[in-house]
Design a protein around this ligand. Structure first.
Ligand code: DLL
Length: 435
């Protein structure tokens, strides 16, 4: 059934009613946290604030920002706003450095999460007639269990495959004929490669919907996945600290993602000044998860870069929408003073029919000079062509990157299937510089 809305009341609130509800929920949340979570209480006191100062949405920006370091400093359970006896599950997210960020969920939080996922799946047109192959990892990572509970809430038949063992994933896709697949976009491409290698055609599968996220991916990559797996790809966004998957999701009408804004109040701030930016301005995404009871977070800086939009969508939903996240502020590479996001390089690479969407960016500092090398796999067909043609493509790509990004990069075309694959989030950058 296309075009239905899971929670019509909450997903179609008028702008004014949404703001009012957000304001009430924010004030309630501050009252719950103040005096219960020591680090919030201290932060508010340091800013000279008491719960009486926060009565409407306009007061949000008075509150101090929080960051991953706050979770790490209070590792493992110091951010919980309820006694441990009320927590029914924990998840954690490691990141690249430091202690894990641990998040606790009460029974009500698991309920809220399932609701957000059911709303998200409804955006893809899925119903209880569908079946969902979940290839996100099950465990402390939120991908597997998050999707799982929400799909069950909708009545979808869940196939909890988890990540890894690609051959088994293919067998299940063929034998169980699921209509939807959930995994990282890079793993979806890996599955497509393995299908080719095993002579499996997309027409032997029954996939109609792909629920891809947990890492940045470009619209070029989306088109390739849709073409190779024969499905419609949707972008699911979230982070462990605020919930897990299901904070936002793209719908059938556009590539902007609907934020579940009755639960998550979004702001975009200037990365340097922390000033709150207006509609359509690019900056760091900040969330207040005002209805969560286990680990509610106020003004948590995700460092994901995006823009917010407030116009209602053609699908009928009026929730706040965000642009596809193509990078985090801390993913940005500075190469000889030029700011470069891996997604900008990906967008250029994927316009070449001779190349596969598998690449790795290496950055080194040699004699005090930054050097960037981009290794990218050739398609099987192109690989068998002459060395001269390979050199021509390398030269063309070098010139394209130079003219678009303003930096020189060494381009190395490598054999098909020679770069490492990931079963979860892809690793695209190896930065060997020491600062
Ligand atoms: O990746 C939650 C998730 C699981 C989302 C499955 C979607 C699907 P973390 O491991 O805490 O949680 O990582 C969160 O991943 O701050 C973003 O930088 C990135 N991220 C998540 N979804 C997207 C997306 C899960 N759709 C971090 N597009 C976030 C771009 C994403 N980046």
């Amino acid at each position: 059934m296309s075009g239905y809305i899971w929670n019509k009341e909450m997903e179609t609130l008028s702008y004014e009613n949404l703001r009012e509800l957000q304001g009430q929920r924010l004030a309630d949340c501050v009252r719950r946290i103040y005096g219960t979570v020591p680090f919030y209480t201290e932060k508010m006191q340091a800013s000279g604030l008491t719960p009486d100062d926060i009565t409407s949405l306009d007061d949000l920006r008075k509150l101090p920002l929080t960051d991953k370091q706050d979770l790490r400093d209070n590792y493992p359970f110091g951010t919980f706003a309820v006694p441990l006896s009320k927590i029914v599950r924990v998840h954690a997210s490691s990141g690249t450095t430091g202690k894990q960020k641990v998040v606790g969920y009460t029974r009500e939080d698991i309920d809220l999460w399932s609701e957000c996922i059911a709303r998200s799946l409804a955006m893809t047109g899925m119903t209880e007639e569908d079946s969902l192959h979940v290839a996100y990892g099950y465990g402390l990572f939120t991908g597997g269990l998050g999707l799982h509970y929400g799909a069950e809430r909708m009545g979808v038949m869940v196939i909890p495959v988890s990540s890894g063992n690609t051959k088994r994933q293919l067998d299940i896709l063929l034998d169980f004929q699921p209509s939807a697949l959930a995994c990282t976009p890079s793993y979806a491409l890996h599955l497509a490669d393995e299908m080719d290698a095993h002579g499996i055609s997309k027409h032997q599968l029954n996939l109609k919907v792909g629920i891809f996220g947990a890492e940045p991916w470009t619209l070029e990559m989306k088109r390739q996945i849709e073409d190779r797996l024969g499905l419609k790809a949707f972008d699911i966004y979230g982070l462990s600290e605020t919930l897990g998957p299901g904070v936002a999701m793209s719908c059938e009408h556009s590539d902007l993602l609907h934020i579940q804004s009755d639960h998550f109040i979004a702001e975009v701030i200037d990365p340097d000044t922390h000033e709150v930016l207006g509609e359509g301005e690019l900056g760091e995404l900040v969330f207040s998860s005002v209805t969560k009871t286990g680990t509610p977070l106020l003004r948590y800086n995700t460092h994901d870069l995006t823009r917010l939009y407030y116009e209602p969508c053609a699908c009928g939903r009026t929730t706040v929408r965000m642009e596809k996240v193509t990078g985090r502020a801390d993913d940005m590479l500075i190469i000889r003073g030029v700011n470069v996001f891996p997604s900008q390089i990906e967008s250029i690479l994927l316009t070449y029919g001779e190349l596969e969407p598998h690449y790795m960016i290496h950055v080194d500092r040699i004699n005090n000079m930054d050097r960037m090398e981009v290794q990218i796999e050739m398609t099987k067909a192109f690989f068998s062509d002459s060395v001269r043609e390979i050199e021509t493509i390398e030269r063309r790509l070098t010139a394209d990157i130079q003219s678009t990004l303003g930096i020189a990069a060494k381009i190395t075309l490598v054999e098909p299937r020679s770069l490492p694959r990931s079963e979860g989030k892809a690793k695209r950058v190896i930065d060997n510089r020491t600062f």
